[in-house]
Unconditional design. Structure first.
Length: 199
């Protein structure tokens, strides 16, 4: 595999029609684990940098979207936390249901996912200046692409035949995490504020 921008961009495009073929090539890479963590950290820093640029070009109202999404640094920290947890989740949960993938393959999967999404975010910011409607469409496509890549890459690394069932597993896992997180927030007294004032 070549490590130049043109080749990597072509591979990112190829991920859409041939995700499992690209997964085999990406997951066959041999690097020390420390190098992989550094690559993920670099991508996350790059994503946060794009978030800062986006916040300057398209300011977000904290009252409408909450302080987390209004602050690109806090959003970056949240994304980094999710990325790290995703690496362990892809590996552990896959193994629990009979998968054969390795931890480094899980790490490579999340790295490639963030690389592709970084390219998408570049496009969203660029189009947001000239064609906001197309930028919104590209953003939605990026969300869909997240599940497309994860489903096929996880299926490939763990030796699963049906990427559709992997997708269902991802959705169920996200639902379970959301429920547990909501319960945790309720236990520590954090909830959605409710306006009880009278008119």
């Amino acid at each position: 595999m070549k490590f130049n921008w043109g080749y990597l961009f072509g591979m990112a495009l190829q991920t859409v029609p041939e995700p499992r073929k690209v997964a085999r090539e990406i997951q066959a890479l041999q690097f020390e684990r420390g190098v992989l963590w550094q690559a993920l950290a670099l991508l996350l820093v790059g994503t946060t940098f794009l978030g800062v640029i986006a916040s300057i070009l398209f300011p977000v109202d904290p009252e409408a979207f909450g302080p987390l999404f209004a602050d690109p640094i806090m959003t970056g920290i949240a994304q980094a936390s999710i990325a790290v947890l995703s690496v362990f989740g892809v590996y552990w949960i896959g193994r629990m249901v009979g998968g054969t993938g390795t931890f480094d393959q899980a790490l490579l999967t999340i790295i490639w996912l963030h690389f592709v999404l970084w390219i998408v975010e570049l496009g969203v910011i660029f189009l947001g200046v000239f064609a906001p409607g197309i930028a919104l469409l590209l953003w939605v496509m990026g969300m869909v692409l997240t599940f497309w890549i994860l489903s096929h890459f996880i299926a490939e690394m763990h030796g699963f035949n049906n990427a559709g069932m992997v997708f269902v597993g991802i959705i169920l896992t996200l639902f379970a995490v959301a429920v547990i997180f909501s319960i945790f927030l309720a236990m520590i007294g954090i909830g959605v504020p409710t306006d009880t004032g009278e008119f």
